[in-house]
Design a protein around this ligand. Structure first.
Ligand SMILES: Nc1ncnc2c1ncn2[C@@H]1O[C@H](COP(=O)(O)OP(=O)(O)O)[C@@H](O)[C@H]1O
Ligand SMILES: [Mg+2]
Length: 334
């Protein structure tokens, strides 16, 4: 396992996403039967829950033991110093067939050192897992932010948050995060790629308090926003139920704040057309809207202004939002 400097970095990743290192099945991420998905959109790697384990919270006793052992730990000077952990976790499988180090990250962990400043936390702060994807394990960092831990770099997430600040959750920090993984009396220090991002709220959660018409308009609004992104020559990817998020600061109507743009990339002509996750979502939450969403996206694929106008026409409550988010100009056009 790579051990590297824990220096904070806000450097943006390169414009081209790094290739994913491993393949996982798409399990429940597959299209529902009957959902019309184009062949060239099947490269979507939206999260699957196939290998995910329902995890038990750690016992009070285990948490108390961790705190007792780590809260008072003082750095020891060594000739060849090991990096000191930012976080202590218990080695607990979060996947049915754990392979990678992130598959062993426990549901709760303790933050010993602030990742931004490397300042010791007194007392250590408990972090809880808030989500898991195919590539990252995500914890609440504080009330306003989450921290994502991965075995590989986070692709273009930081770059996309800079290019599209109005519709993506801001990435505030990237760097190496050293985690002490406790397994009984043994501790292994594992270094992850860390990324801190502003908190969003999954749209599917927000849908629970929305009416059918509101959900329908929201889906067409998303179609308009994604058309705007594509018109900037950026290829979208993985915009499905696990990544489609909204800004917790806005109630009615909800506004997009996407959380997983690591595979989006600045493309030339060879764009992927990653709308399949959206169609899958529409198919499950508002099946009557799905055929028109699909028709507009596919039928006007290479006509961005027309496609944008067609989506926006179906989402009248969002005209001012599209202007405020910088997707539409003053007269409502792309
Ligand atoms: N900024 C965020 N705010 C709140 N929850 C988040 C945030 N980012 C991710 N999550 C949660 O963690 C899950 C996995 O994160 P994601 O970035 O999609 O990882 P992956 O690249 O592995 O799919 C998401 O489906 C979501 O539930
Ligand atoms: Mg994801």
């Amino acid at each position: 396992m790579e051990v590297a400097s824990s220096g904070a970095s806000t450097a943006l990743s390169s414009a081209k996403a790094e290739p994913k290192r491993e393949q996982q099945s798409t399990g429940s991420g597959d299209a529902p039967s009957g959902a019309p998905i184009d062949d060239d959109e099947s490269s979507d790697s939206e999260v699957s829950s196939a290998g995910s384990l329902e995890m038990e919270p750690l016992e009070e006793q285990t948490l108390a033991m961790l705190i007792e052992q780590w809260a008072s730990a003082t750095p020891v000077k060594q000739e060849d110093p090991q990096p000191e952990p930012h976080i202590v976790a218990v080695r607990q499988a979060n996947q049915k067939h754990p392979k990678a180090p992130r598959h062993y990250l426990s549901q709760e962990m303790f933050l010993l050192k602030d990742v931004f400043s490397n300042v010791l936390m007194r007392p250590p702060r408990q972090l809880r897992m808030v989500g898991k994807g195919n590539w990252r394990v995500v914890y609440g960092y504080n009330e306003r932010m989450v921290i994502k831990l991965a075995d590989a770099p986070h692709g273009n997430e930081a770059l996309m948050s800079t290019l599209f600040p109005s519709i993506t959750a801001e990435v505030v920090w990237q760097g190496r995060v050293h985690v002490a993984m406790q397994a009984g009396p043994a501790t292994e220090l594992v270094t992850f790629y860390g990324l801190v991002q502003k908190r969003s709220e999954l749209a599917v959660e927000r849908f629970k308090s929305m009416g059918k018409e509101q959900i329908k308009e929201f889906l067409f609004y998303v179609g308009a926003v994604l058309t705007w992104v594509e018109s900037k020559n950026v290829s979208i990817c993985d915009v499905g139920p696990s990544n489609l998020a909204v800004n917790p600061a806005y109630a009615d109507p909800p506004r997009l704040l996407l959380v997983d743009t690591q595979d989006w990339y600045q493309a030339g002509a060879q764009r992927k057309k990653g709308f399949s996750g959206m169609l899958r979502l529409a198919y499950s939450v508002c099946p009557e809207a799905e055929p028109l969403l699909h028709k507009i996206w596919s039928g006007l694929r290479n006509h961005f202004p027309k496609r944008f106008a067609a989506f926006a026409a179906e989402a009248p409550s969002y005209h001012h939002v599209l202007r405020q988010q910088g997707c539409a100009i003053h007269n409502g056009e792309l």
